[in-house]
Design a protein around this ligand. Structure first.
Ligand code: ATP
Ligand code: MG
Length: 646
């Protein structure tokens, strides 16, 4: 891994919300006196009844229970909207950028208030009450955010299902949480192509008759079938409701949403987040990690179907009174310059995206970036996977013109918000490292036996204490929650991720624990080998897994996608093996390399290594849950071209 260090730029240290002294002081306090620290931070919200209890948490085996601010009451939509009206009613809350560059819109906080109240009243008219589950299956249009906030206003629990999911996946998620109401659209629009959302919903509902009301937002105007007595058009229903909806008083621990994990390691889990602690945590991490300053335009490219969209497109930014950009399209449509053009068009200052998108954009070369200005940018962010130093350097040099720090943010659906990330005004950066813990976060690294390791070390990442944004349970299955996260290491939350800590106390996520391989007794994160392969000029993407090897225990199997125009060959295979050997060492040199036109990915763009592992292990009879794959066809090609030589 690269050990290059990028110091905090001087102007950043001078003006950022958190400098090094503030980081150290606040971090110390958050660990020594969590009650006092969070009692103070909780005040960033408007409470109806203030809390007197701050933290009530047990990680004890069989008795896991997590509560924050439990006797306080509040309404989340009031904190995201109403309380800003007096000072920033006319400020833009959402900039919407459509799939077609000609389509855009601006929604002020005042307009947002009206729209959310209306949607809330439509839900109420459909009989939706506090505690009911509402599934949202929408394109990235403003109504998706209205739907989320409307649920929060009346105390309903939303479950957003990414619009790219199939009818089966949608039906499974509706059933799992027992939704009776579904909010969808006629069609979605992505890269000029229509996504038949309502037709998919109809197919899903044929399998789960639980849903008694379907609210359909008109996006493209396509003809869709409407079931009498069950389906209604939103634009018609909204004519009959008031612009005002009194907010429901919610307890801090009332459920806010259920969200299913991306499924890269197995069957998706219904992660449950509650109201008060979650909002305190996402608003605080948003403000400090992105160093958000008044009136700046923040753009997180995630879909609201993922936790990143929940926490950093909608809730974190709105809780801070920010302007957040909502993007309907994809990064390479109509051209590979789209992202950079959108940044110029709207004057985006902070841009937050995923390594997979960056690698795809990087493949198109520097020209599509350089022909845009990007003058407005001051900070860049990354989330979703370890970012390989090669992509990091490109992001920094080409996109940010060496001027913008990069915050590599490590977190999970389960954690609600960012747990490990740099503070741009305090933390020197190392490409590929998520750096240091956020306030209140206590990462520890343990070996397979659960022994806590000190100093520079490598092992499994656990968290020994709670933070307010932590998930509370797996919906409807607290036992599964305890087994999944709290049984591997007693009295600690197990992240499932492997991690290395260096001499400076920086954390480097090495991938899922399952992706850590043991070659001739040498433990190594697959991310390290992947980074090395991707650093080769002919390689666009790489995924590395272990497979049973008679001598080494585990051998290294690498799937490699080449840059456009490059041809696979035996010479290149040898060249790549030599390359990794020279870069990391002989122990890391791949035993088998399979050239693959593309890799299996989840809908959120993560490589599904568990499928690659099965193929490498020659066990493709049992690939497990593939329902969240974005293109199942990729798998057949991989199986057909599997490397057999042992
Ligand atoms: P599932 O739990 O169903 O397998 P998932 O883990 O892919 O799905 P998410 O909660 O969206 O679903 O992803 C969290 C995981 O993504 C983390 O556990 C980690 O492996 C990876 N990750 C996220 N951000 C980073 C980052 N900045 N650096 C390294 N890894 C990251
Ligand atoms: Mg996970």
């Amino acid at each position: 891994m690269s050990e290059k260090v990028y110091p905090v730029p001087q102007d950043w240290a001078a003006r950022a919300l958190i400098d090094e002294a503030a980081y150290r002081d606040m971090y110390d306090r958050s660990i020594k006196d969590p009650e006092g620290f969070w009692a103070e931070q909780g005040k960033r919200l408007d409470w109806i009844k203030p809390y007197t209890k701050v933290k009530n948490v047990s990680f004890a085996p069989g008795k896991v229970s997590i509560k924050w601010f439990e006797d306080g009451t509040l309404n989340l939509s009031v904190n995201c909207i109403d309380r800003h009206l007096a000072t920033r009613g006319d400020q833009v809350a959402f900039i919407w950028e459509g799939d077609d560059p000609k389509d855009d819109a601006k929604i002020t906080y005042r307009q947002l208030h009206t729209e959310v109240c209306r949607m809330a009243n439509v839900l109420k008219a459909q009989g939706v009450k506090k505690g009911d589950r509402v599934t949202i299956y929408m394109p990235m249009i403003p109504e998706a955010t209205y739907a989320m906030l409307a649920c929060a206003r009346i105390g309903a629990v939303h479950s957003v299902v990414f619009g790219g999911f199939s009818p089966d996946s949608l039906a499974g998620r509706i059933e799992d949480c027992g939704s009776t109401c579904l909010i969808t659209a006629d069609e979605g629009l992505r890269a000029g192509k229509k996504v038949p959302l309502k037709a998919n919903a109809d197919a899903a509902l044929a399998k789960s008759p639980l849903v008694t009301s379907v609210i359909v937002v008109k996006r493209t105007g396509a003809a869709v079938s409407m079931t009498e007595g069950r389906d209604l058009w939103y634009h018609e229903a909204v004519k009959n409701v008031s612009d005002n909806c009194p907010p429901e008083e919610m307890s801090a621990e009332d459920p806010l949403f259920i969200l299913y994990t991306s499924g890269s390691t197995g069957k998706p889990k219904g992660v449950l987040h509650t109201t008060g602690g979650y909002l305190v945590y996402v608003s605080m991490t948003f403000q400090y990690v992105f160093d958000y300053q008044d009136a700046e335009i923040f753009w997180c490219t995630a879909d609201v179907g993922w936790v990143t969209g929940h926490s950093y497109v909608v809730y974190g930014p709105l809780a801070c009174g920010a302007t957040s950009l909502l993007f309907e399209g994809v990064p390479n449509y109509p051209s590979v310059s789209r992202v950079w053009e959108v940044i110029d068009k709207h004057g985006v200052s902070i841009f937050y995206t995923a390594p997979t998108a960056l690698r795809a954009l990087m493949q198109a070369g520097d020209e599509p970036v350089k022909k845009t200005s990007r003058k407005s940018l001051r900070l860049l962010g990354s989330v979703g996977e370890p970012i390989n130093p090669e992509a990091w350097e490109w992001y920094h040099r080409v996109v940010g013109e060496d001027r913008c720090p990069i915050v590599d943010t490590w977190w999970q659906t389960e954690t609600g918000g960012i747990l490990i990330a740099p503070f741009p005004g305090a933390t020197a950066l190392k490409p590929g490292s998520a750096t240091r813990p956020f306030f209140g976060v206590q990462p520890k690294i343990v070996d397979a036996e659960g022994e806590v390791l000190e100093g520079a070390c490598e092992g499994n990442l656990i968290l020994t204490d709670s933070w307010p944004g932590q998930m509370r349970t797996v919906y409807g299955d607290h036992q599964r929650f305890m087994e999944t996260y709290f049984s591997t290491y007693p009295n600690a939350y197990f992240t499932g991720d492997g991690c290395r800590r260096d001499d400076d106390g920086y954390y480097w996520i090495t991938g899922r624990v399952d992706d850590v391989i043991n070659v001739s007794g040498h433990r190594m994160g697959t991310a390290e080998v992947e980074s090395s392969l991707v650093a080769h000029s002919k390689v666009s993407e790489a995924a590395v897994v272990g497979y049973p090897h008679s001598i080494k225990g585990q051998g290294i199997y690498a799937y490699v996608t080449l840059m456009a125009g490059e041809e696979p060959s035996e010479e290149l295979r040898k060249e790549l093996v030599q390359w990794v050997r020279k870069d990391i060492g002989p122990i890391a040199s791949p035993d088998l390399i399979q050239f693959a036109p593309s890799l299996p990915k989840t809908r959120s763009g993560k490589i599904m290594r568990r499928i690659l592992r099965k193929i490498a292990e020659d066990e493709y009879g049992s690939l497990g849950d593939t329902s969240t794959l974005s293109d199942p066809g990729v798998v057949d090609d991989l199986i057909a071209n599997r490397q057999n030589k042992r």
